[in-house]
Design a protein around this ligand. Structure first.
Ligand SMILES: [Zn+2]
Length: 316
């Protein structure tokens, strides 16, 4: 049902436990966030095999991005206004153009993935693990040609309602044509795949030379992985198999023929103050304050300890 995995970076099996996470189906009722002693990459070990895993996904109804857009019309308009500031598609209204220096920065802070369009038309974009294709719907409306892939048939069906094609299946099985994309999005996807090497090798084949690979993953060096432990929101047990840090994510993409455009960055969108406020209501003032203090203490000396790690690289 569950099995051990080798390190995706260096192939070793040895290492140490960072965090023990209980699960009733795991051998001895426990699985581990385990750190490779060869390269430092953190992984889930043991992890569920495909059969129980698909069952867990089916049960995790709140997890999937398959339900479709839920923003109010006003929130949707603001969302697109901010995205336009960063992406700068052709024919922007003057107000959007005027606000772009400000909204681009806001979008960069708010959204894990931002695709620069810069007036081009027919930019070919692929998103792996797209769900119903929130960003693809946006990009298509801005003149891009888009395709999603996902393991979820319900995500694909929902995407079709929005006029976006999402193919169901593993990326390698879909046999998409070589060099047929200018940009690829892996938004909180790479940590889910059993073999990130196979995924990145296939993406190198699919991207045109110079094409961009946009990755967002949970940060394996996140302060909250240590201070919140099993309650860390990005642990998503048992769905997240890999917890990359800046060094091993860069090493991994380089190995597959990608070169970072800029150093990777980590971001924390769920800020300490906001979390404290919501927890003070749900769990009480004292536990919330304790957790806040633990987090603040842990943040000292860990400036790259944000929750999410982002990397944009170019296909060489
Ligand atoms: Zn390793």
């Amino acid at each position: 049902m569950w099995s051990q995995a080798r390190c995706a970076q260096c192939g070793r099996t040895s290492g140490r436990t960072i965090l023990a996470v209980p699960h009733p189906d795991a051998p001895d009722g426990i699985s581990h966030v385990f750190q490779c002693d060869g390269c430092g990459l953190r992984r889930l070990d043991p992890r569920p095999n495909p059969e129980p895993l698909s069952r867990y996904y089916a049960q995790a109804t709140g997890y999937n991005a398959f339900a479709g857009r839920r923003r109010s019309p006003r929130a949707q308009a603001v969302w697109e206004f901010l995205r336009d500031g960063f992406s700068r598609p052709a024919n922007l209204p003057w107000l959007t153009r005027l606000a772009a220096p400000l909204t681009a920065g806001l979008a960069d802070w708010l959204f894990d993935i931002n695709i620069p369009i810069h007036g081009r038309t027919n930019l070919r974009v692929l998103e792996v693990g797209s769900g119903y294709g929130d960003i693809l719907i946006y990009l298509k409306a801005r003149g891009c040609s888009v395709l999603g892939t996902d393991l979820s048939a319900s995500g694909a069906a929902k995407a079709a309602d929005y006029g976006v094609e999402v193919r169901v299946g593993n990326l390698a099985d879909l046999k998409l044509p070589a060099q047929s994309f200018d940009a690829v999005i892996l938004c909180h996807c790479l940590e889910h795949v059993p073999d990130p090497n196979a995924e990145l090798a296939e993406l190198h084949r699919l991207l045109a030379p110079g094409g961009q690979l946009h990755i967002a993953v949970p940060n394996g060096s996140a302060t909250r992985l240590v201070t919140d432990g099993v309650e860390w929101m990005h642990l998503s047990h048992p769905f997240h198999f890999w917890f990359f840090d800046r060094e091993n994510l860069v090493a991994l993409v380089r190995r597959h023929g990608f070169e970072p455009i800029a150093p990777p960055v980590t971001t924390t969108r769920h800020h300490a103050w906001g979390l404290w406020r919501s927890e003070a209501f749900s769990t009480g003032l004292i536990p919330a304050t304790r957790r806040l203090l633990r987090y603040l203490r842990g943040s000292i000396g860990n400036p790259q300890g944000g929750d999410v790690l982002r990397l944009v690289s170019r296909r060489v």
